[in-house]
Design a protein around this ligand. Structure first.
Ligand code: CU
Length: 635
């Protein structure tokens, strides 16, 4: 049917709707069956790597559905080429991600509930149209009444007026348990009235005012951008990659290569943020369950912003649209979901030879591929950077409104901070796990941990100054579960043992951790079991196409143990084989008054840098910078 250019192109709107129609017709699915995800069923690696332009492409869709009448979850692979369901599986004891319709229906069910209305009236709230009910994933706490049910624990806020920040006034001490399959309120837990915070928390210019003194900065690229986008293929400064997008992970990068002296050298086969979790540290009734897995429980791709409604990038921007699905299996276009642009990134390198009086300096340019998702109160921006020095970086930008609560005047809880009169922000952490299917000059790679150690004093170290970097092979999955150690200068290096550089060393890329932290939830906490991936900063697994997500396929309400801890159980050997590197990075959030009413961006991430991949600085031939201001004067 559909003619597509490449096997990794995301499903088109037509393909999503056709896949849904095929599965709904062939399986005779009724109206109570919700479609959770419809995404590309990625072809096998060898098929993708062998693909040449013009080759026929066999398209297939991976579909996740829930029968809300029976509470059963199904997975289907739909062959679009053959127009049939190629596989159909019921997945026992699995709760798939919560979809947008469920949020909407859940909010309506809560508003209509007499117990909730009574709790609101007790707090002096009579205009329920100003109330905002966010359905938080329920977690898994072993409560017998939760067993076998598809649940959320809903929290309520109320606006003072229709234009106010929706999260300004938390209705504290109130939690509502909703069965999403029956779409009924099971329980309203009211721990007693806490006054609503007294202030508005607007952040529009009308509410917050506008400062003066800013003169324009103009970024102009009179000849257009230096990248070329053809379909989903992006080329820039010797980099070449395919941009993918799934409803679950959002932005995905495929087949990232660097052209080096006429050779197209692979670096990554696939890269994405394969899950994340936000554990909160407050044990009280309306806080203990807050630990959203925003990728696996909600589908961060379905929550991506259409950037036509506000984009933060400057310069010559090109957009890619994304298409996700709704619960009926219809296509939902997200225009401009992916933003691509170049930006100046300070200096690339410099040297002044004071004897000769000569200077060579180059400015760095970087390519930015980004997407922003809004998950209830929080915004997460995902920014992949590509450099002229061969580096790849991922930066996640956290912003939006902190998850909050209210406290009685004078109360100062142990597990958080007061950010404004009556408004409380619990301590929490955001752990992201990037799945990096590495392909450094070929599929078979090895991973080393590099620590720097001081040499003992002795005949070889008479001045006690000696220290050196020590590389340890992570030889199997059991030994490849590591923590960051900034005081040891720790990093990890992914090498190709059968490709040598001119120094005779295997070519490699190193994974440089950025700011990081350990999880503080106890070892037996539900979230620690369910988000096992966060207990290690680095995991390496042997490639298995079924091992896709850090917290497993179905983290929602999962009791724990899935994902990385189960992927490494067989302790597969890792030397000179197809490896996947998983890097967990945590943003530690002790909230501040300055995070209110909307939080300044907190960036967190990591870098992949060439380390013996090139023979010299790959940015040597970047041209000298044009004179300051020249560009804009030309206009
Ligand atoms: Cu935070």
């Amino acid at each position: 049917m559909t003619v597509t250019a490449h096997p990794l192109d995301p499903l088109t709107a037509e393909e999503i709707e056709r896949a849904s129609a095929i599965v709904r017709a062939e399986r005779a699915l009724g109206p109570r069956v919700r479609t959770i995800f419809v995404m590309l069923h990625e072809p096998a690696k060898k098929t993708v790597l062998a693909h040449r332009p013009g080759d026929a492409v066999e398209r297939a869709a991976f579909v996740v559905l829930i029968d809300s009448a029976e509470g059963k979850t199904y997975e289907a692979v739909v062959s679009l080429a053959e127009g049939r369901v190629a596989s159909w599986t019921q997945v026992p004891d699995a709760q798939p991600a919560i979809v947008l319709d469920e949020f909407v229906d859940c909010e309506a069910a809560v508003r209509a509930d007499a117990r909730w209305q009574e709790a609101m009236r007790k707090r002096g709230i009579t205009d329920f149209s100003l109330a905002m009910v966010d359905c938080w994933s329920a977690g898994h706490f072993g409560f017998p009444q939760d067993e076998g049910r598809r649940l959320v624990r809903a929290l309520t806020w109320v606006r003072r007026h229709p234009q106010d920040n929706g999260y300004a006034r938390p209705v504290a001490n109130l939690s509502t348990v909703v069965d999403l399959n029956a779409m009924t309120v099971l329980e309203v837990v009211d721990g007693g009235v806490i006054p609503l915070p007294p202030e508005d928390a607007g952040y529009s210019p009308e509410a917050a005012g506008i400062r003066t003194g800013l003169k324009p900065i103009e970024i102009c690229q009179p000849e257009g951008p230096s990248f070329a986008l053809e379909g989903h293929e992006l080329r820039w400064q010797r980099w070449r990659m395919r941009i993918g997008f799934t409803p679950r992970e959002g932005l995905v990068l495929h087949t990232v290569t660097y052209e080096d002296g006429g050779r197209e050298r692979p670096v990554l086969y696939r890269a994405s943020v394969a899950d994340m979790v936000v554990p909160y540290g407050d044990p009280r009734p309306t806080y203990f369950h807050r630990n959203a897995f925003d990728v696996g429980e909600y589908g961060i791709g379905t929550l991506a912003n259409a950037l036509e409604n506000g984009c933060d990038c400057l310069g010559e921007i090109r957009y890619l649209d994304a298409v996700v699905n709704d619960s009926r299996g219809r296509a939902v276009p997200l225009p401009n979901a992916i933003c691509i642009h170049e930006e100046d990134a300070g200096i690339l390198w410099k040297h002044f030879d004071w004897r000769l009086g000569t200077t060579e300096v180059r400015r760095a340019r970087r390519l930015v591929v980004s997407s922003i998702s809004t998950v209830g109160n929080y915004e997460y921006g995902f920014y992949w950077y590509f450099g002229q020095d061969g580096a790849i970086q991922l930066e996640v930008k956290l912003t939006g409104v902190i998850s909050n609560g209210a406290e009685r005047p004078g109360d100062r809880p142990r597990w958080g901070e007061m950010v404004a009169p009556g408004v409380y922000g619990p301590i929490h952490q955001h752990f992201f796990c990037a799945r990096l299917d590495m392909m450094v000059d070929g599929a078979d790679n090895s991973v080393y941990e590099i620590n720097t150690v001081s040499d003992p004093p002795g005949p070889d170290n008479p001045h006690h100054n000696a220290f050196h970097a020590e590389a340890t092979l992570l030889s199997s999955e059991a030994s490849a579960q590591r923590l960051a150690a900034p005081l040891a200068g720790r990093f990890w290096k992914i090498v190709n043992p059968s490709a040598r550089n001119r120094m005779g060393e295997p070519v490699g890329y190193k994974l440089m951790p950025g700011e990081n932290v350990r999880p503080f939830a106890g070892p037996d906490a539900s979230v620690t079991r369910r988000a096992g991936f966060m207990t290690r900063h680095l995991w390496v697994t042997r490639y298995d196409p079924r091992e896709r997500y850090a917290a497993g396929e179905y983290p929602n309400q999962h009791p724990g143990g899935a994902g990385l801890p189960s992927y490494v159980q067989d302790d597969a050997p890792l030397e000179n084989t197809d490896v996947v590197v998983w890097y967990t990075f945590g943003a530690h959030h002790v909230v501040r008054p300055e995070d209110w009413p909307v939080m300044p961006v907190v960036p967190i991430g990591f870098a992949l840098k060439p380390s013996g991949f090139f023979d010299r600085n790959p940015g040597l031939d970047v041209p000298r910078p044009t004179r300051h201001g020249e560009c804009c004067q030309e206009r």
